[in-house]
Design a protein around this ligand. Structure first.
Ligand code: NAD
Length: 258
C-alpha cells in the first residue's frame, strides 16, 4: 500500500477464506495494513499461520486470528462463525471469499467427481460462507457489511480444460448479484472481483507454454500480482465503495475486455 493512502478499515473485523495463500493472503495483508482485524480462514492451518505471522498490527486494537475451515461443509462454516463470535463477541463486517480450487481436464474426459468437487468448494462454499456471515451481520444489526466474492474472468468467457471451474465461477457471479439484491435492505453490499491470470500457487500449476500464450494476449502484457486483486477487494470492503453493490469488477490487465 502506498504510504500516502489513509487507512480505511480501522476497527473493522474481516474474515478472509483461502487466507493461507495467493490472493487470499494478499487480501489479508492489505486489509490489515488498512487497520482491520483479520480472521485468516483456510483449510490449511499451517499456511494460514504463515499469513498471520506477517500481518500488520500497526493500528490500535488490531487483533488477528487463524481459523481452520472447509468452506464446502456447512458444519465447518458454522464452527468458523462460532469461533469468531466467541473471540470478538461480534461477526465480521467484511467477508472475502477467496477459497477456491481447480481440477482441470477437457470436457470429454472430465470425471463427474471432479466437476462436483470444484463446484462444491468454489460455488457452494461461497454460498455457505455468504449465507452464514450475512445472517450473522443481519442478526447483529451491523451496518456497512461488505461481502466480496472471487469469481474469475473465465466464468464469463470460458476456458479450455475448465468446464467445472468456469461453471462454478459463473455461478459465483449470479450468487453475488442475487445476494446484493436481497441484502441491500440490511445495509450489506455484495460485490465480485473477476481476476484474470494472477501469479499464485494456483497458476504455478499451469504449463509455461500456456502462461506465455495467455500473457501475450493481455493488453498490459503481464500476469497480475495478488496485491493488485487485494487493492480492489480493499476498495470494495471500504466506505470508498458505499454506492457499489452487485458489481463484478474485472482485474485482468485488460484480458478479454469487451
Ligand atoms: P491458491 O491456491 O494460492 O489459494 C487458495 C487457498 O484456498 C489455499 O490457501 C487453499 O488452502 C484454500 N482452500 C482451498 N479449498 C478450500 C476449502 N475447501 N476451504 C477452505 N480453504 C480452501 O489460489 P489463488 O490463486 O490465490 O486463488 C484464490 C481465489 O482466486 C480462488 O477462488 C481462485 O479461483 C480465484 N482466482 C484465481 C486466479 C488466478 O489466476 N490465480 C484467477 C481467477 C480467480
Amino acid at each position: 500500500m502506498a504510504a500516502s493512502i489513509r487507512p480505511r478499515l480501522i476497527s473493522r473485523l474481516a474474515v478472509v477464506t483461502g487466507g493461507g495463500s495467493g490472493i487470499g493472503r494478499a487480501v489479508c495483508q492489505r486489509l490489515a495494513s488498512e487497520g482491520a482485524s483479520l480472521v485468516v480462514a483456510d483449510r490449511s492451518v499451517e499456511s494460514a499461520n504463515q499469513t498471520l505471522e506477517n500481518l500488520s498490527r500497526d493500528h490500535k486494537g488490531q487483533e488477528h486470528m487463524v481459523a481452520e475451515v472447509d468452506v464446502a461443509f456447512r458444519s465447518s462454516v458454522e464452527n468458523l462463525l462460532n469461533s469468531i463470535q466467541r473471540r470478538y463477541f461480534q461477526p465480521p463486517s467484511v467477508c472475502v471469499n477467496a477459497a477456491g480450487i481447480t481440477q482441470d481436464e477437457f470436457l470429454l474426459k472430465m470425471e463427474e467427481e471432479d466437476f462436483d468437487k470444484v463446484v462444491q468448494v468454489n460455488l457452494k462454499g461461497t454460498f455457505l460462507i455468504t449465507q452464514a456471515f450475512s445472517r450473522a451481520m443481519v442478526a447483529a444489526g451491523a451496518p456497512k457489511g461488505s461481502i466480496v466474492t472471487v469469481g474469475s474472468i473465465v466464468g464469463k468467457v470460458g476456458n479450455v480444460g475448465q468446464a467445472n471451474y468456469s461453471a462454478s465461477k459463473a455461478g459465483v457471479q449470479g450468487l453475488t448479484r442475487t445476494a446484493a439484491k436481497e441484502l441491500s435492505r440490511f445495509g450489506i453490499r455484495c460485490n465480485c472481483v473477476l481476476p484474470g491470470f494472477i501469479t499464485t500457487p494456483m497458476t504455478d500449476k499451469v504449463p509455461e507454454k500456456v502462461i506465455s500464450r495467455i500473457t501475450s494476449l493481455v493488453p498490459l502484457g503481464r500476469m497480475g500480482d495478488p496485491a493488485e486483486v487485494a487493492d480492489v477487494c480493499a476498495f470494495l470492503a471500504s466506505d470508498d465503495s458505499l454506492y457499489i453493490t452487485g458489481s463484478c469488477i474485472e482485474v485482468t490487465g485488460g484480458l478479454f475486455m469487451g
